[in-house]
Design a protein around this ligand. Sequence first.
Ligand SMILES: Cc1cc2nc3c(=O)[nH]c(=O)nc-3n(C[C@H](O)[C@H](O)[C@H](O)COP(=O)(O)O)c2cc1C
Length: 232
Amino acid sequence: MAKEIWQPGNMLYPIPAVMVSCQREGEVPNIITVAWAGNICSSPAMLSISVRKERYSYDIIKETGEFVVNLTNRKLVKATDWCGVRSGRDFDKFKEMNLTPQKSNKISAPGILESPVNIECKVKQIVELGTHDLFIAEVMCVDVDDRYLDERNRFDLKKADLIAYSHGEYFSLGEKLGKFGYSVAKKKASDKKVKSAAKATKASKASRTQKQSGSKKAPTARKSTKTNKRRK
Ligand SMILES: Cc1cc2nc3c(=O)[nH]c(=O)nc-3n(C[C@H](O)[C@H](O)[C@H](O)COP(=O)(O)O)c2cc1C
């Protein structure tokens, strides 16, 4: 195996592609699609978006100091792309995409009603980086569509059907592979019992086989038992 050394480039994928809504007083609200976005602090809850100066939304966000990050899902994927290739200078994006401006709770800029989660933000700092300026913002509140909450009031990602963006393409989220901390999580007592019972069965089978054959070699694997299947 060998690794090629490439020029510096943006290779951090997959990432979200979000629709950021903003509005200047007396004007129609606008939406800009942003992929350079991320969580940056837990408490206070903060996130960042990177926006090019030439975007119509840039001045709106800079002047008002507010924006809403609207998460995108399968239903919104076309609008997500469209709002990322058309400018608010030429189109009323809410109208064109049949989206509904939703009154925010803590800021003046509206969110997008059709989005499962609206994150209302206030800009704290703007950092000039190069092609993009980084807007560092504090989350003022989060509006979550209750259709996507489970019975324990937790946000159900599967139900929300959120999308990811990777190397210029949109993807739905796939199979769950684990959960936070699962690699070090203690096994449940019931799992431990099953495991030690399986171990004991295996050991006794091994000693029986050894006695029968007189050989010291470990027994070859046999068809998996029900218990083994559970542990896979
Ligand atoms: C998937 C996707 C991601 C994008 N990410 C960004 C981004 O992070 N920052 C940015 O300035 N423009 C980004 N763009 C481009 C803007 O969304 C696009 O230029 C848009 O037309 C700007 O709208 P506005 O002129 O109404 O502000 C992205 C476009 C797409 C399709």
